[in-house]
Design a protein around this ligand. Structure first.
Ligand SMILES: *[C@@H]1O[C@H](CO)[C@@H](O)[C@H](O)[C@H]1NC(C)=O
Length: 323
């Protein structure tokens, strides 16, 4: 039977070919699979990866927008590594902080939301219902352990010729600059009584800075930047601006003395996570604490203890009452 024979013969040749093709296909699948999205594509991790990929480049914007975006990207990447290591509450917390920073920039420039914005939101929504209780604010016991029982300063600050004991620095900023980058322990800056006229910035890399004064009204950091002067935005007017995580302050006054005639003038602004403020006074006239700072600081788990705000005008009365 030539046909039957021929058919059998072809099949005989085709079978090894088919087997080889199948093997190739299997090999291709094995090689390609790990690169493909993991099971649950569209799940939290891939949403977060997409948000990082879609995040605007900070370098494409001028300050202060670039600052907001740089911090946002850092928070978003940290959220992803927290998620990958299984720390879901930390991932939620960090992604939510990133969202605020993304908003700050688009709001500042009156831009529509960045593409990363809805992706970050979806990520939060994808996890929030199940874990809401897990991200409730940390207990106040965190504040109790925020300051070492006996404070040994790493740096001392005093006014020159003030009669105080000799000290290392005459400005708070110089002491901050002297701290090691990304310190995991504490870097304690003891600031002697006196009025320090300076703007202080604690940048991202200066983590776990503790600023300890000699009391409200005794140790005072004061400056007078306000909106409308030198084309500054509200964000840039802060006398003390903190970005580095783990910032803590005690027994000190932060003041913006731009006065009643000036526009918005912020005494204290915080983008710092895990901050503690204890027995701290904020003095100013308008927007003493940045407009939405209280909300943001709550979100970033700043602990507030025995602090007072001395201010002529409040941005919103409800917020002032809650302060
Ligand atoms: C600390 O970090 C800043 C910003 O990245 C960098 O400019 C500076 O050189 C660093 N300081 C040290 C001592 O590494």
């Amino acid at each position: 039977m030539p046909r039957g024979y021929g058919g059998h013969h072809r099949r005989g040749r085709l079978l090894p070919l088919a087997a080889a093709a199948a093997a190739l296909l299997l090999l291709a699948l094995l090689v390609l699979l790990p690169a493909a999205p993991p099971a649950g594509a569209g799940g939290p991790a891939s949403l977060l990866r997409a948000a990082v990929a879609a995040h605007p480049s900070p370098e494409a914007y001028g300050r202060p927008c670039a600052d907001h975006l740089a911090l946002s990207l850092r928070r978003l990447r940290a959220a992803l590594s927290s998620l990958e290591s299984g720390d879901v509450p930390a991932a939620l917390h960090l992604a939510s902080a990133s969202l605020q920073c993304q908003y700050d920039c688009s709001h500042l420039l009156s831009l529509p939301a960045f593409r990363s914005h809805p992706l970050t939101s979806h990520f939060l929504d994808s996890l929030a219902p199940r874990t809401l209780t897990a991200v409730s604010k940390p207990s106040s016991s965190a504040a109790a352990t925020a300051f070492p029982a006996r404070i040994r300063p790493d740096a001392t600050v005093c006014k020159p010729n003030s009669g105080a004991k000799p000290c290392g620095y005459s400005t708070v900023q110089a002491a901050v600059d002297a701290a090691t980058n990304y310190t995991a322990g504490h870097f304690v800056i003891a600031v002697a009584a006196g009025t320090y006229q300076e703007n202080v910035v604690i940048p991202y890399e200066k983590t776990n800075i503790l600023v300890v004064g000699e009391g409200i009204g005794a140790t005072v950091i004061t400056a007078s930047r306000s909106v409308g002067i030198d084309r500054l935005g509200t964000y840039e007017t802060a006398t003390v601006a903190v970005i580095g995580d783990g910032f803590r302050a005690r027994d000190i006054t932060f003041e913006n003395n731009a006065g009643a005639g000036a526009h918005q003038a912020v005494a204290f602004r915080s983008d710092s996570d895990r901050s503690v403020l204890e027995n701290v006074e904020f003095r100013g006239h308008q927007d003493t604490l940045n407009d939405y700072d209280k909300e943001r600081m709550d979100k970033a788990s700043v602990h507030w203890h025995r602090f007072k705000k001395t201010s002529g005008v409040c941005p919103t009365s409800a917020r002032c009452n809650s302060l």
